[in-house]
Design a protein around this ligand. Structure first.
Ligand code: ZN
Length: 88
């Protein structure tokens, strides 16, 4: 049971990191979208990945409350703002 929660917590932060990388890379691609349609398509694909990963993993494993999608203080927080359980 505890091992399971530990794994969920590790996944939560791992996929959050990947999701943020997708988001920022997508901004880069969209900034280059004037040059080629490929950049636009890849950029939009990355934004969609960000939303899918975030909605799947960026939530509290204890109470299930979804965290803020935008890059915020929540990313550095050690505790769930909703139930107060330790996250790191
Ligand atoms: Zn919680």
């Amino acid at each position: 049971m505890n091992d399971n929660k530990d794994r969920e917590l590790i996944n939560m932060f791992k996929f959050r990191k990947i999701a943020l990388i997708c988001l920022y890379t997508s901004l880069l691609f969209l900034a280059l979208s004037n040059f080629s349609l490929v950049f636009t398509v890849v950029g939009i694909g990355l934004i969609i990945s960000f939303f899918i990963l975030s909605s799947r993993y960026w939530k509290c494993p204890y109470c299930g409350k979804a965290f803020e999608l935008r890059h915020s203080t929540m990313d550095g927080s050690d505790y769930c703002p909703s139930c107060g359980k330790k996250l790191k």
